[in-house]
Design a protein around this ligand. Structure first.
Ligand code: PLP
Length: 393
């Protein structure tokens, strides 16, 4: 801990524990204490920590070839692309491979500009797309943006869920709209039922592109392989990352052929993008997702957990709202949640925050129902203690 405190850029809020090992939905710290992981490492570990199929695929590939630039063809990369294209909707059939969510978004923004010849991007208030300069320009939170201005020009933000406001700001120079199907970082905000379909219709009517950022919602988390399936809407450009390689760094931007073909050789690249080890891990991830029916299981487990959390809401007035889809769940409290996170950590459950007052859960999709019951029970204890402390004043 001392070494990290001394030597790392101090950009992370640090939890007071050293994680050394993981298996399934469990993590262990350096003292051997066990935790149920409801962070899923920020939504990455959908197949759980160290799923044997992923570990095996990584080991086998590491013994064959560690790196292979995109200017060469590679067997692991083409195998992964085949599996990915079998999953994405018809027409979304070309991908650029990179290494992170921000990079997937950067590429989507460049692609939107190049393919339309227009510069304007409309993003959503509350939206989060990463912290590199282009992605940050689409991200909403002033705390992340203000110290680094001026950002990339041409970005506007409109209220999430209000189609009339979006309609008003679309102009002759608008290239694309970018949105998360469910906003993660800003508090698990599920949009009104008709918002995504209306956004799709509006983009078609005005000849602009729809970029869906499924970096947090993607690959089964919400109970469908892609969250856009809940609304029967398909994007023109799709961003994936986090969970796609079960923990190895990978970003993917998928687009329709006519959009992707606007780019010329050399207009974008990434040294590590589409590397063989990440591709092997991603291939194994897609196999596990389908063979173990993880999206369906996420839907079922999510319903089970949300039911248990609704019971807590009836019990504790400090809960304002429980919301989410599948295993992407937010519990909004009436106050700052830091104490709740620390108390739960003490009791062996790790949660995420989303803003100051939302406890966010992005557990591995393989988490057991017994583990989810334990999570609800720990949360009940923690909220009970917190409510009592508040009543004492
Ligand atoms: C929806 C969304 N987009 C983009 C990003 C940025 O991803 P990364 O941190 O890998 O750059 C995140 C990360 O939390 C995200 O949730």
């Amino acid at each position: 801990m001392e070494r990290e405190n001394l030597s790392m850029a101090s950009v992370y809020w640090k939890r007071p524990l050293v994680i050394t090992r993981g298996k399934g939905a469990l993590l262990w710290d350096a003292d051997g204490k066990e935790y149920i992981d409801c962070t899923g490492n920020y939504g990455v570990a959908i197949t759980g920590h160290c799923h044997p199929r992923i570990v095996e695929a990584v080991k086998a590939q590491a013994e064959k070839l560690l790196s292979c630039h995109g200017t060469f063809y590679n067997d692991a990369r083409s195998e992964f692309l085949g599996k990915l294209m079998a999953l994405t909707p018809d027409g979304l059939d070309r991908a650029f491979l990179s290494n992170s969510g921000s990079e997937a978004v950067e590429f989507a923004l460049k692609l939107a500009r190049k393919s339309t010849g227009r510069a304007g991007i409309i993003a959503m208030m509350g939206g989060f797309h990463g912290k590199t300069m282009g992605a940050l320009s689409a991200t909403w939170n002033k705390k992340y943006r203000a110290p680094f201005e001026p950002l990339v020009p041409g970005f506007k933000h409109v209220p999430y869920g209000k189609i009339e406001r979006l309609e008003e700001v679309i102009g002759d120079d608008t290239a694309a709209v970018i949105a998360e199907p469910i906003q993660g970082e800003s508090g698990i905000n599920v949009p009104p039922r008709d918002f995504l379909p209306a956004m799709r219709e509006l983009c078609d009517a005005r000849g602009i592109l729809l970029i869906l950022d499924e970096i947090q919602t993607g690959l089964g988390r919400t109970g469908k392989m892609f969250a856009f399936e809940h609304w029967g809407v398909e994007p023109d450009i799709l961003c994936l990352s986090k969970s796609i390689a079960s923990g190895l760094p990978m970003g993917v931007t998928v687009a329709r052929n006519e959009i992707m073909s606007s780019l010329r050789v050399g207009e974008h690249s990434s040294t590590f993008g589409g590397g063989p080890v990440a591709c092997a891990a991603a291939s194994a991830t897609l196999d596990v997702l389908q063979e173990e029916r993880l999206p369906e299981k996420a839907a079922e487990k999510g319903r089970h957990l949300i039911e248990a959390l609704q019971v807590l809401k009836d019990k504790y007035s400090i809960i304002r709202e429980v919301r989410g889809l599948g295993l992407m769940i937010g519990i909004q409290l009436r106050f700052d949640i830091l104490n709740v996170l620390l108390r739960a950590l003490d009791k062996g459950v790790l949660f995420l925050d989303a803003g100051r007052n939302v406890v966010r859960l992005l557990p591995p999709l393989i988490i057991g129902k017994g583990q989810l019951d334990r999570v609800a029970s720990v949360l009940s204890d923690v909220l009970g203690e917190e409510e009592a402390a508040r009543l004492r004043g």
